[in-house]
Design a protein around this ligand. Structure first.
Ligand SMILES: O=C(O)CCC(=O)C(=O)O
Ligand SMILES: [Fe+2]
Length: 405
């Protein structure tokens, strides 16, 4: 139990590299604009709101382990509630000065923090060192898998240096002794409503549904008219080397036609383009594309297949008129390409290319994404009745056994 004047704990390799990568996949395919400049976030309620509630499941065991560790170390077994769980990424320019985590009247319920690093200083981003104001250790170098736990009060004043390159990603949780701030109760109630609703009305209940477009526009000050900046989902897809083609033929669709509701286009079916090839599969909306593309990024090394004659079966060559539509989309959603490159830079110059692209392994990723998603969706439907009856989010043993966990 912590007796120090500055109660804190740092544990290396608390999370597996596999989990770090899985949470990175979730964040890069689901995040929205965050609460501070140059910050993006994925909260669990945002996952529910965008019909991706099944993606809560990978968080469940780690939330349990973190809470147990915090309770053990700070000597408050069975007293704590998770108050907030979120994936938070900081891009170039983001920083936070000296503060404690309960330093606002509306944050007073926060008793403890746990910050898990999902990627690494020097490799994935530059800057972004964490500092405690008093006592050792004064500096924490974020490394994937490590966690820092500390009291949320003024005994642990801390800061984070400005990010100068790349995207720094954490899983951050706060814990409270106050049951009225229990995140689980709110999530279970939201889950119950939204799952009931979605299975009644939607045939593919596991497919993502975007939130309102302004939640994805960067910088957020421009989200009222979309004149400057970019859509973060579109930019992430573009940065990975893809273009998008709007499947539906809209005669009113034009980059210059301001009467067309921009936000609608990315909610509608889209197809994926690489080089001058169009992939012959329709995705239901941009979040669907983004999830599959990020899944391919995560799993590519496991999906490498040898080239064969089947390769060209599911791609077609783009025509001139199709190129025009692709460029129209780019003009609308990637107004400032340079800014997008700055915000989502990958330190690629320091790293060898992670994988080479081919449509055969990409098609395998589409199938594998569907299997991954359906499995989680099924596990969620199995878990929810248990969560509801206990009013508590926990790893349901039957689901764990099925997973081979
Ligand atoms: O990401 C970190 O290392 C700490 C972030 C932080 O201090 C906060 O969100 O309050
Ligand atoms: Fe903080």
């Amino acid at each position: 139990m912590a007796k120090s004047e500055h109660p804190r704990l740092i544990i290396q390799n608390f999370l597996s590299q596999h989990l770090c990568k899985e949470l990175e996949f979730i964040h890069k395919s689901c995040s929205a604009i965050g609460y501070r400049p140059n910050v993006f976030s994925t909260t669990l309620s945002h996952l529910i709101a965008t019909n991706s509630a099944h993606l809560i499941l990978p968080f469940v065991p780690i939330r349990e382990r973190l809470k147990a560790k915090v309770e053990e170390f700070f000597g408050c077994e069975f007293e704590l509630f998770v108050e907030f769980t979120g994936l938070i990424s900081w891009s170039r320019g983001a920083s936070i000065g000296w503060h404690s985590d309960d330093n606002r009247p509306y944050l007073k319920q926060r008793d403890f923090a746990a910050v898990c690093y999902l990627n690494s200083y020097g490799e994935d981003f530059k800057g972004g060192l964490f500092h405690f104001q008093d006592c050792e250790p004064t500096t924490v170098v974020p490394m994937a898998g490590d966690v820092v736990m500390y009291t949320a009060d003024s005994r642990n004043i801390h800061s984070v240096n400005e990010i100068t390159d790349g995207e720094r990603l954490t899983l951050t949780l706060w814990f409270s002794r106050d049951g009225s701030h229990d995140e689980d109760a709110k999530l279970i109630s939201f889950l119950s409503q939204s799952l009931l609703h979605s299975s009644e009305n939607r045939p593919h209940s596991y497919l993502p549904l975007p939130a309102s477009s302004n939640m994805y526009w960067f910088p957020p000050e421009q989200a009222s008219n979309y004149q400057l900046g970019f859509d973060i989902r579109f930019a992430r897809i573009h940065m990975l080397g893809y273009n998008l083609y709007p499947s539906q033929d809209k005669s009113c669709f034009s980059a210059l036609d301001s009467s067309y509701d921009l936000s609608e286009i990315l909610m509608e079916p889209l197809r994926l383009v690489r080089g001058d090839e169009l992939f012959d599969k329709e995705f239901i909306n941009i979040l669907h594309v983004l999830q599959v593309v990020q899944f391919y990024c995560w799993k590519a090394s496991e999906l490498q297949t040898s080239e064969n004659e089947e390769r060209r079966k599911n791609v077609v060559q783009l025509s001139q008129s199709q190129w025009e539509k692709i460029n129209d989309l780019k003009l609308m959603f990637l107004k400032d390409k340079q800014l997008a490159e700055t915000v989502f830079s990958h330190l690629t110059c320091d790293k060898p290319r992670q994988h080479s692209f081919d449509w055969v392994s990409f098609s395998a990723a589409v199938t594998a994404w569907e299997a991954y998603t359906c499995k989680l969706h099924k596990d969620l439907l199995t878990s929810l009745p248990h969560w509801r009856s206990h009013q508590f989010i926990f790893s349901v043993p039957a689901v764990g056994i099925e997973n081979g966990a």
